[in-house]
Design a protein around this ligand. Sequence first.
Ligand code: GDP
Length: 460
Amino acid sequence: MFNSLSDRLSNTFRNLKRRGTLSESDVNATVRDIRVALLEADVALPVVKQFTGRIRERALGAEVSEALNPAQQVVKIVNEELVGILGGATRRLNLAKNPPTVIMLAGLQGSGKTTLAGKLGYWLKEQGHAPLLVAADLQRPNAVTQLEVVGERAGVPVFAPERGNVFGHDAALETGEGTRSFGDPVDVAVDSVTHARDKGYDIVIIDTAGRLAVDVDLMRQAHDIRVETAAHEVLFVIDAMIGQAAVETAKAFADGVGITGTVLTKLDGDARGGAALSVATVTGEPILFASTGEQVKDFEIFHPDRMAGRILDMGDVLTLIEQAEKAFDQVQAKEMARKFMAAEDFTFEDFLQQMQAIKKMGSLKQMLGMMPGMQQMRAQLDALDDREFDRVEAMVHSMTPFERNHPKQINGSRRARIARGSGVTVSEVNQLLERFGQAQKMMKQMSKGGGMPGMPGMPG
Ligand code: GDP
């Protein structure tokens, strides 16, 4: 996501770095570069115009700074404007004073609504809420079953019309044949809110029907669900990969249904980012969440400032820390820090724990992609294979506890046994031990020298 946009913007800024002062023609050239970069990233034209217009105005304006050189100043302006078009401040969910809060999901078919229902439910449950998922997508034969599967995975109950509990009878159903048709989605949605109130669920998440293309019936139905349930949040769910079509779709939902915010899905893909950068401006409503994979935990609060930082390759340190905190056992982390400070030997046992913690955070590639400076190492990052990680883990698992704690004692015959046990070659084991020895040495030096070596790409 945003790779080529990031690269292009970095190039633009690199050209500026050599300048002592910024002339009007420097600014114009920069703005032109930024415009091309945004258009290539599939950002909607009106948004591009607005964005570059403001940058030009501000860069030429009276903002002379003593502290920043011209390039830094432009980066600062671009960053602030990026945060602006991404929606400004982080927007939290609007919870009702009198529960249940009704959250409705609307969007095209395949945009990721059902998957999102599970993620949102799981996340809210973790925050101590009692969510209820509601199957109001009664068009697609499998939609109800799919939501039930998602609910089970997330550990969140699902309200769905049952065969014995149909609204509006249907001959095919009575004979138990044909497609499942459960009557009116609006009724189901309204009933679910009553059910939630009776049973003490404080948040209702309504999954509505999507279609392959925007259509009038779908809009009216979604609109009716919103009105009849007095939904507190109507989240427009959009696949970040859809490119230029994002604008039209977003407008259609904003006008036809009325939305309170957006959720971007499939941010883990290699979309160019246009939808993400256009949708808040086009709809006038903020982006609340980002969906970043198919698993229930692949879900983040959307922070415009951090996303802008990621696009400008300043690294998303905050997200990284947050994810690390989620994954790291506090006790384990403290013990690791103590060892580090005491310059004790880092063992394979520690290494295994670290690897497992990293795995809990998601894929290694994904994590590294968020680190500062990594945008410039794209090629290496792309070549990185998560399976490599599994091979290393297999090797460590094939070591005895003694070997893990005394890596230096791993002689030739032990190496051969480890290779056999983990299905790799002896030279792979040798490589691992060598690299591990170097890492051990480096960690010792770092803990003695007091401090990390400078991180590339980090300011200061
Ligand atoms: P719906 O038709 O809007 O309910 O969409 P679904 O929830 O059924 O999702 C459509 C497809 O996209 C499914 O194959 C999901 O597994 C996949 N999907 C949903 N969200 C994400 C995401 O954030 N990342 C990726 N890679 N796939 C996703």
